[in-house]
Design a protein around this ligand. Structure first.
Ligand code: GCW
Length: 680
């Protein structure tokens, strides 16, 4: 049967190596589980289903191991000691000893569920399950997906079909796919999902929609996944207008508004007792918010926190704000608006910050908010969906992008260790009481979930890093390939290598040397020449600043001085155009076309080198992919082959658009090596 990609990394295909399979089977003669909670049932069922597929035999589930050995015991307990690591909430422990049982323990039901997936992963990736002594705790408490899904089934920036949520059928019809969605997320340790777009419709707060959302929550609960809602800030006014004595305002300091939110929240918890909380985009890109009433982000967030006070729910308030002002630097906006509010937020509030200061560009410096809000928990917001990364055609493995940000040293506290962005968001740097991470989902109704089968790896990598940001891009890639595509060693190596290079290849033909946002409209086609837009900061020229002298945005003291938002040690890395690492050069400097760079080439020649070798590298990707054909399912192989061909054409399109446009300023020829007449 051809593989349609539906099963993701949870394929559980029969292990072909017979001795290996038998060795696993000897340790998996039964599954003992005490307790009947829905999450434990999910755990036992998943393990049984996984082992059935992998070992080709049915493993019975029993209530108690009593004196039997050779089986797997699931238990909510501390479990046998394994090393010195303490087991924390949500964490799991895998222990096995010769001639005994293999124990999967967790302090909570969720911990046991995550332990089951960890054990299955161990088997799926061909590792031994004898003498296990593993303890694993998540480094971040709230590990969320954000769906930008609308009531009409469309997904903002979604490239894999329509929304997974069939609002028109819910709550009566519950698509079995919701459960598979929950399984996939639970397998990564994701424990929450915001089901609707941050550009939110007030309809999600109507009784009608609360019932629909509750039906989803009923499915997700057994997989440890809590539901959150994005809220439309003026909802009290919008929905109030439907009632005779409705509210005329959404002012967060108005007692009637506060009462409205308290009652609405009560209704939600009645329908969804484990509701996670609210996500808010306010006073951002035209979305209304507290500033419409002369109030602050803190006033707005704290009002929602007050409504959530009787419950175990939180407010995720986004810091994605910038004003339509051609003279200001959008880069600086979030820092300017939010750092003065540090210390004024309720303890139920987390501020959710995009990884970079602009907007999910293929490469950005980290947001200067990280490290500068010591009294306010900051959550990381990554974008998994490839809004600026070639939609569903371009193959870009995102773990290196995520890691690059997480591993950057903010130099906030010490001399070079322990102040990374990861240490900010995992709470260790400022001792945050709550920690969170969000990924804007790339899933949709396409049979294979993500459109491009290779984009499944981005969902996977996000989830694995949300659990443990110290994992490596390479390790995660190898794991994913083994579980999803093939375990043939040479093919695993070839594909892993392709994945690890893919992001830099994309950057090379798309936004090299620190260029950003050369898009118009839907954020797909090259349009670096775009000068007109409803907002000056929505033009391409606002970002690259090409002129007859050179290219790039001066953010040093002679320009916008956005660099001053970073610590002196970080400024030092970026402030000198002679020593600034090339990937960030044009983020911070307006560089003359003829300036000699560290590579020995001029800026113009360096740019051309990136555009041309970047596009050529997609040809290399095609060749590499062709080599793994024998090891890959034919349907997936053909799908990716087609997408790579499109990517190659589009990479050339990007190259030529940039080169021809920038040439009108640089007035320089294309460097000789790239002038061959037979080039495609
Ligand atoms: O860059 C923009 C996207 C919008 C998105 C916004 C945001 C949901 O183009 O589609 O809106 O970011 O993150 O709020």
């Amino acid at each position: 049967v051809a593989d349609d990609g539906y099963r993701l990394w949870l394929k559980y295909d029969l292990i072909k190596d017979m001795p290996k399979r038998e060795a696993y089977a000897r340790s998996a003669q039964f599954i003992a589980v005490t307790g009947t909670s829905p999450m434990l049932k999910s755990a036992a069922d998943e393990l049984q289903m996984g082992l059935q597929g992998l070992l080709g035999k049915s493993v019975p589930i029993i209530a108690n191991a009593t004196s039997r050995t050779g089986g797997i015991v699931l238990s909510v307990a501390n479990g046998p000691a394994a090393g010195s690591q303490i087991l924390m909430a949500d964490g799991y422990r895998l222990t096995s000893r010769r001639a005994g049982n293999l124990t999967i323990s967790g302090k909570t039901n969720a911990g046991v569920l995550y332990g089951v997936f960890a054990l299955l992963r161990q088997v799926q990736t061909g590792q031994s399950i004898d003498n296990l002594a593993v303890t694993s705790n998540p480094k971040i408490q709230y590990r969320l997906l954000n769906h930008w899904d609308n009531t009409n089934g469309t997904i903002e920036r979604g490239y894999a079909g329509e929304s997974l949520w069939k609002w028109y059928e819910l709550p009566e019809t519950v698509d079995p796919r919701y459960r598979d969605y929950a399984r996939a997320n639970a397998s990564l340790g994701i424990n929450g999902t915001v089901v609707n777009n941050v550009n939110a419709s007030a309809r999600f707060l109507t009784d009608e929609y609360i019932q629909k959302v509750a039906a989803l929550a009923n499915v997700f609960r057994a997989y440890g996944i809590r539901i959150y809602l994005s809220v439309y800030f003026p909802a009290p006014k919008t929905l109030g207008s439907l009632t005779p004595n409705g509210l005329k305002t959404a002012d967060p300091l108005d007692p009637a508004v506060r009462k409205w939110w308290a009652e609405k929240t009560k209704d939600i918890y009645k329908a969804i007792p484990d509701f996670g909380g609210f996500l808010v985009k306010a006073n951002s890109e035209g979305e209304p918010g507290p500033q419409d009433y002369g109030r602050t982000h803190a006033d707005g967030a704290n009002m929602l926190a007050e409504a959530l006070k009787p419950y175990d729910g939180i407010v995720l308030w986004r810091a994605f704000v910038y004003k339509s002002d051609p003279k200001s630097d959008r880069f600086k906006a979030a820092y300017e608006e939010f750092t003065p509010l540090d210390g004024t937020f309720d303890k139920k509030v987390i501020i959710q910050v995009k990884n970079g200061p602009i907007d999910f560009q293929p490469r950005e410096p980290y947001s200067p908010l990280f490290g500068n809000m010591p009294k306010t928990p900051l959550a990381m917001e990554f974008q998994i969906t490839q809004e600026y990364l070639g939609f569903a055609t371009h193959w870009v493995y995102e773990a290196p992008l995520f890691k690059e940000c997480l591993d950057t040293d903010t130099h906030v506290k010490d001399k070079g260790t322990g102040s990374t962005v990861a240490n900010v968001i995992d709470g260790s740097l400022h001792q945050y009481a709550m920690t969170a991470i969000a990924g804007v989902a790339n899933t949709g109704s396409d049979r294979n979930w993500t459109g491009n089968p290779m984009a499944q790896a981005n969902w996977y990598a996000y989830g694995r890093l949300a659990w443990d940001h110290t994992l490596t891009s390479e390790g995660i890639a190898r794991e994913w390939v083994n579980m999803t595509l093939t375990s043939e060693p040479k093919a695993v190596k070839t594909i892993t290598d392709l994945m690890l290079r893919s992001r830099n290849i994309y950057v090379s033909y798309n936004t090299p040397l620190g260029l950003s946002r050369p898009w118009a409209g839907v954020h797909f086609a090259p349009e670096p020449w775009q000068e007109k837009s409803p907002r000056p900061d929505w033009t391409a020229i606002y970002y690259h600043r090409a002129d007859s002298i050179g290219l790039g945005f001066d953010r040093t003291a002679t320009g916008s001085n956005a660099l001053a938002q970073y610590r002196p040690e970080v400024q030092k890395i970026w402030q000198n155009p002679d020593t600034c690492p090339l990937p960030y050069l044009l983020w911070f400097h307006h560089v003359p076309w003829t300036k000699k760079l560290a590579t020995g080439r001029t800026l113009w020649d360096e740019l051309c080198t990136h555009f041309y070798t970047g596009a050529d590298s997609v040809g290399w990707m095609q060749q590499q992919w062709a080599q793994v054909k024998p090891a890959i399912d034919p349907q997936i192989f053909a799908d990716v082959t087609g997408r790579l061909a499109t990517q190659h054409n589009e990479a050339i399109w990007w190259r030529d658009s940039w080169v021809l446009y920038l040439q009108t300023y640089s007035k320089q020829p294309i460097p000789a090596p790239f002038q061959k007449p037979d080039r495609t």
